[in-house]
Design a protein around this ligand. Structure first.
Ligand SMILES: [Zn+2]
Length: 227
C-alpha cells in the first residue's frame, strides 16, 4: 500500500495500484475514508506512520472494494472506532430492499460489521461535509473538507485514463461503469459535485486532480453527449 501526501491533512492510500482509501487528519486523530480490500493491517500501519490513531471510518458507498477491510478493521480496532455510511447503502449492505435507480450493480458483500452512524447530506464528520452524489450506488456520498475544499468523491467519477463520469464505459477501466446502478443520476451528481467548486478531487480509483473544475466540465460534457 502506497501513501501519497495530497495536502497537509489528506493522504491517499493506494492498494494494488488501483484502489484508494484516504486518511484525513483532524485534531483528535485520523478519519479513514473507505478501506479497499484485505488491507486492515496496511491501513493501520499507514495511520501509524502519520503518528495518529484512526478515530472513525467513513464510507463513500457500500461496494466491496470500498468496504472490503471493514470486518478486519473492526476486529483490530474495536467498537470505539465507529463506522459511518449513508442510510441507503447501509440498507443495501444489510440485504434490505432498496431502490437502486436503474439496477443493482457492483458487489455488495455480506459484512458482520453493522454501521454505527447513518450519514445524511449536510452532516459533518470532523472537517468533512457530507455531499450527496447518488447514482453509482443509491446512497453514494462524497466528503468535502471545509478547510481547503478537497473533495473525496469515491466512485462518483474515476480518473484511470482520463477523468470519467461512470455513466459510460471507459476502456482502460470499465469496472466503475459496470458497478454503476443509475447511469443517468450519476451525471446529475457529477454536476452537483462540480458546483461545490472543489480545489482538489480525490477518487476511489485513479490519481487525484488539483484544480479539477475544467477536467470535471469536460468529463460531464462527454457524459451528457453520450447519454
Ligand atoms: Zn463502487
Amino acid at each position: 500500500m502506497r501513501t501519497t501526501e495530497l495536502t497537509p491533512t489528506l493522504f491517499q492510500l493506494t492498494k494494488a495500484r488501483m484502489m484508494n482509501a484516504y486518511l484525513v487528519r483532524e485534531d483528535d486523530g485520523l478519519t479513514l475514508v473507505d478501506t479497499t480490500i484485505n488491507a486492515a493491517d496496511e491501513l493501520i500501519a499507514a495511520a501509524g506512520e502519520l503518528g495518529a490513531p484512526i478515530r472513525r471510518i467513513a464510507l463513500t458507498h457500500g461496494h466491496g472494494d470500498h468496504v472490503g477491510s471493514l470486518d478486519a478493521l473492526r476486529a483490530k480496532l474495536g467498537r470505539e472506532v465507529p463506522v459511518l455510511i449513508s442510510e441507503p447503502d447501509a440498507r443495501a449492505l444489510a440485504g434490505e430492499a432498496v431502490d437502486y435507480g436503474q439496477k443493482r450493480r457492483g458487489s455488495w458483500p455480506k459484512l458482520a460489521t453493522r454501521p454505527d452512524v447513518l450519514l445524511a447530506p449536510g452532516d459533518r464528520v470532523g472537517s468533512l461535509e457530507v455531499v450527496a452524489c447518488p447514482g453509482h450506488t443509491p446512497g453514494h456520498i462524497a466528503f468535502l473538507d471545509v478547510r481547503d475544499r478537497s473533495l473525496i468523491a469515491g466512485d462518483a467519477l474515476h480518473s484511470i485514463g482520463r477523468l470519467t463520469v461512470p455513466s459510460q464505459p471507459s476502456l482502460p477501466f470499465p469496472l466503475v461503469w459496470l458497478g454503476t446502478c443509475d447511469r443517468r443520476r450519476v451525471v446529475q451528481s457529477a454536476r452537483a459535485l462540480r458546483a461545490r467548486e472543489p480545489e482538489l478531487l480525490a477518487l476511489g480509483h485513479g490519481r487525484a486532480l488539483r484544480s479539477p473544475l475544467e477536467a470535471m466540465d469536460l468529463a460531464i460534457t462527454r457524459a451528457a453527449r453520450a447519454a
